[in-house]
Design a protein around this ligand. Structure first.
Ligand SMILES: [Zn+2]
Length: 118
């Protein structure tokens, strides 16, 4: 699903995407330097592999997501731009952003509940 960039003066847009049990819900609004700002919250559940006993378990998600999204055209050298997610398609792919958030959580070190109690 692609949504258009929100430019200066554009109205904020409420967005919501889901992948499996994870949900990203929030608002896109016009940011600085022609960037679009995503302000949202990650909720739901994600399945993880415990790094100790290798069992699959579910973890609740509850995180705030703040991101700046660039259309790839802006060539500024501001700090905002170097931090920004770059979209080349002309649209914002929120599923891709959610997938990226899930992937970065999956890369962390995990312990299931019973291993945490050891
Ligand atoms: Zn475990």
């Amino acid at each position: 699903m692609g949504v258009p960039f929100i430019r200066a003066g554009g109205k904020p847009l409420a967005v919501k995407v889901q992948i499996d049990g994870a949900t990203l819900e929030g608002e896109l609004s016009a940011g600085k330097s022609n960037l679009t700002r995503l302000s949202g919250r990650l909720s739901g559940k994600i399945r993880l592999n415990c790094d100790i006993c290798l069992s699959v378990y579910e973890r609740d998600l509850d995180e705030n997501i703040e991101a700046l999204i660039s259309d790839g055209v802006y060539k500024g050298d501001g700090e905002e731009v170097s931090e920004a997610v770059i979209e080349q398609s002309g649209f914002i792919d929120l599923e891709e952003i959610l997938r990226g958030e899930i992937a970065s959580i999956e890369c962390d070190y995990h312990r299931c509940d019973s291993c945490q109690k050891r």
